[in-house]
Ligand binder design. Structure first.
Ligand SMILES: C[S@@+](CC[C@H](N)C(=O)[O-])C[C@H]1O[C@@H](n2cnc3c(N)ncnc32)[C@H](O)[C@@H]1O
Length: 234
């Protein structure tokens, strides 16, 4: 058994129907019939592909899900941790309403410069504030006068601070607000006991924490390498 994970469903109680496995053929079908990537997002994705860290970029189907959730939830105040070259930022910013405001935090100026260039092309920079800084101190500073003021928060940065990000994000989120955390299946490694590295252990710990947290409702969606959707109740 994996550490921190008591089995919630015994083998003889396993659901008869389960989430299907997505092989390459099915994945391409899914892209073909559901993804509507704008020319600007595509240009950003292709520009990012030249960097060896391109694997950090959100996949188009996840970007589209974020944009759809923004449209459904209609948040007025959004926060993102971990911009990279801005695929998620651009996806959400283009979907938000004209009176919404978006705060995005990224520690590397080089990535933020690329993101800003695309946000400017999308004409949303007047509604976006970027911080080039480590996310945790910035988020913590918001606790002084912005507790429970955010409607929508997306966490997609380092795993080292993941538990702290969850804790602070929950305090910044208003009741009924939406919190999304990317990479919660961590390339599948979370379910494989052979992986005992720090990041995998932290993601497992976060998943256990959210599962046991009665302040929230959750769904761990097997899209990308796992996206956890949380609604704060109280
Ligand atoms: C997985 S990438 C984000 C991908 C991005 N959301 C996208 O759609 O392409 C993680 C980003 O978090 C940034 N990051 C890592 N640690 C950070 C920290 N402590 N504070 C702020 N940003 C951080 C990295 O520089 C990197 O750009």
């Amino acid at each position: 058994m994996l550490p921190n994970f008591p089995r919630a469903v015994a083998d003889d109680e396993a659901p008869v129907n389960r989430t299907i496995k997505v092989d390459d053929r099915l994945y391409h079908y899914l892209l073909d019939v559901s993804v509507r990537e704008s020319a600007l997002l595509k240009a950003l994705r292709l520009e990012t592909a030249q960097y060896h860290m391109a694997r950090m970029q959100l996949s188009p189907e996840v970007g589209q899900l974020l944009a759809l959730l923004v449209k459904l939830q209609a948040p007025k105040k959004l926060l993102e941790i971990g911009v990279f070259t801005g695929y998620s930022t651009l996806s959400m910013a283009m979907a938000m309403s004209k009176d919404a405001h978006f705060i995005a935090i990224e520690k590397k100026q080089m990535w933020l410069d690329i993101a800003t260039r695309y946000l400017e092309q999308a004409n949303v920079m007047d509604r976006v504030t970027t911080y080039c800084d480590k996310a945790l101190p910035v988020m913590t500073s918001f606790l002084v006068d912005q507790k429970e003021t955010f409607d929508f928060i997306f966490i997609d940065a380092d795993k080292q601070n993941l538990l702290a990000y969850y804790d602070v994000a929950k305090q910044l989120l208003r009741p009924g607000g939406c919190l999304l955390i990317d990479n919660t299946l961590w390339w599948g490694n979370v379910a494989d006991e052979a992986f005992t590295d720090k990041d995998t252990q932290i993601v497992r710990q976060l998943n256990a924490t959210i599962h046991q947290d009665t302040d929230v409702e959750l769904s761990l969606i097997p899209i990308g390498d796992g996206l956890t959707l949380v609604r704060k109740n109280t």
